[in-house]
Design a protein around this ligand. Structure first.
Ligand code: ADP
Length: 206
């Protein structure tokens, strides 16, 4: 079971004239290998919103050898979470109203309950809300082969196993956190990329 959570502010695309009128905030949170990065990118481009991926921010910091990258590398390499003190303020800053005046597609954050609470508090202070939580589902046996096929350096079998364990223990409770405050839209994550993307967009305009 995986989740996309959607947040943003203003309808920016004709696709979403119905339910996205007013304010839309989107967060994507899924188990490893579901393809949330790809789907987040597609959705962001369709809705003309920024795609904010904490994983991508860390990967770019690591490849540039910045201070953040040096601190994040060991965690990212082993498939464990980068500590909240490095992650939370960075993610919240990346989706600030200044940077994302019309909303955002947030991918890979929040990844544990602390992060979810911090995000919620920050949005409350700004009078912003979560508009959609979309949960993308893919059978577990398909996930490992998808990950082994994408060829990312942190996709060795051992690291993949750790990422699943981290997801089960720390990230899946984030879904329960959102279930308590809103309805989660379930989407079948099996199929062609564009087909899945359409399912997501259609679920938002219902
Ligand atoms: P995945 O494909 O496993 O979902 P991501 O691209 O989202 O991977 O993240 C890659 C790595 O970056 C994670 O394994 C983790 O080390 C780090 N990371 C990304 N987002 C977070 C977060 N919200 N909190 C802590 N660590 C994170």
């Amino acid at each position: 079971m995986f989740a996309f959570f959607f947040f943003n502010d203003t309808a920016t695309s004709e696709i979403c004239t119905r339910s996205l009128v007013g304010s839309v905030r989107c967060v994507l949170e899924t188990a490893p290998g579901v393809g949330k990065g790809t789907q987040a990118e597609l959705l962001a481009s369709k809705l003309n919103l920024p795609h904010v991926s904490t994983g991508a921010i860390f990967r770019s910091a690591i490849s540039e050898g910045t201070d953040l990258g040096l601190k994040a590398k060991a965690f990212s390499d082993s498939g464990t979470l980068v500590p909240d003190e490095l992650t939370t303020s960075l993610a919240i800053e990346a989706i600030s109203t200044d940077k994302c005046p019309n909303g955002f597609i947030l991918d890979g954050f929040p990844r544990n309950i602390n992060q979810a609470q911090a995000l919620q508090e920050s949005l409350n202070i700004q009078n912003r809300n979560i508009d959609f939580v979309v949960c993308l589902t893919v059978p577990e046996n398909e996930l490992v082969s998808r990950m082994l096929n994408r060829g990312r350096v942190d996709d060795t079998e051992e690291v993949i196993r750790t990422r699943f364990k981290v997801y089960e223990e720390l990230t899946s409770p984030v879904l329960d956190f959102y279930k308590n405050i809103m309805e989660i839209i379930q989407i079948n994550g099996v199929g062609e990329l564009n087909e899945i993307s359409e399912r997501i967009v259609n679920s938002l305009v219902k």
